[in-house]
Write a protein that binds this ligand. Structure first.
Ligand SMILES: Cc1ncc(COP(=O)(O)O)c(C=O)c1O
Length: 291
């Protein structure tokens, strides 16, 4: 029996019900987060809560809970699951109101949380790398908001699913943005590169961890606009997300990336990421990156 959280109560998934006039259902009017949990310890929870606060502020939904309350509810949800490694999903919608695009005056935000087993990429995929395809980034222009309106991302992800690939890497006006549900890094001549954070990409929590690890270990790193041709000529391509962690893309649109195997900088970053995770788990709390 999977225990979920709805508006302050813990209950079995089957009993969690939301009115059909919830604006999340009617308009996709809400924001969300996904936090990875290792050995029942949430990873980078403060950063996820900070991003939630930014998303809520950007769409004008009041935050129903303090950070302490969020932490408490998430800890209680995690404790109620029988598995160690989890992916905690939580969303806040603008609440239930008569259908009208303009904000309702008196609606209460709806809060739903669930936690599922965390499934990282299989070891064989980490070892051999994965395939990705590319597409034009035709989403809206506020991809920095973690909106539950994911139809654009869903349609783009479906393209790679149908091509048996793990991700769809996106270009807007000929420049790399991100992928359908991950951020993207490329490596050229020993330098790790990624697009700068702006309104066209989600500021990934994993992206930040990778950046911190690169800096702490003296790996050359650059944020800049990356042309589509540069991505196709890259020595390495990585996708990063809370569930994929850091994963090497070794085939892009059926062409080999570099020599077609995960590159040396990927191997180094993967090891750094796993070591950092273990350190955080041992400490039982968030730690900053140190060499
Ligand atoms: C569009 C998009 N970009 C990037 C990411 C990676 O973000 P994070 O590292 O915080 O999981 C996600 C995660 O779901 C995403 O949906």
């Amino acid at each position: 029996m999977n225990t979920v959280f709805l508006n302050g109560a813990f209950l079995p998934l089957e009993e969690a019900k939301v009115p059909v006039l919830d604006r999340g259902f009617i308009f996709g009017d809400g924001v969300y987060e996904v936090v990875p949990v290792y050995s029942k310890v949430p990873f980078r929870l403060d950063e996820h809560l900070a991003r939630l606060e930014r998303s809520l502020a950007a769409v004008g939904i009041g935050n129903p809970y303090t950070r302490e309350q969020w932490r408490g509810y998430i800890a209680a949800l995690v404790a109620r699951q029988p598995f160690e490694d989890q992916a905690v999903y939580f969303q806040v919608t603008r609440g239930v109101a008569k259908r009208d695009h303009a904000f309702p005056k008196h609606a209460q935000p709806t809060v739903f949380m669930m936690s599922n087993p965390l499934v990282p990429p299989p070891a064989a995929q980490v070892e051999s790398g994965a395939a990705a395809i590319t597409a034009r980034d035709n989403r809206w222009l506020r991809c920095d908001i973690k909106s539950i309106s994911l139809i654009g991302n869903v349609l783009l992800r479906q393209l790679s699913a149908e091509a048996d690939a793990v991700e769809t890497i996106l270009f807007r006006e000929g420049k790399l943005t991100e992928a359908s549900s991950s951020n993207v890094f490329v490596v050229k001549d020993g330098t790790i590169q990624s697009p700068p954070k702006n309104e066209l990409i989600l500021p990934g929590i994993t992206y930040d961890v990778v950046v911190e690890l690169a800096r702490a270990n003296g790996l050359p790193l650059e944020f800049r606009d990356i042309a589509e041709a540069e991505v196709r000529a890259a020595d390495e391509i990585w996708v990063t997300s809370s569930s994929k962690e850091v994963l090497a893309v070794v085939r892009l649109d059926a062409q080999a990336v570099g020599d077609g195997r995960p590159g040396p900088l990927f191997r180094q970053m993967y090891r750094l990421y796993q070591d950092f995770k273990r350190k955080v788990m041992r400490a039982g709390r968030r730690e900053s990156v140190s060499v």
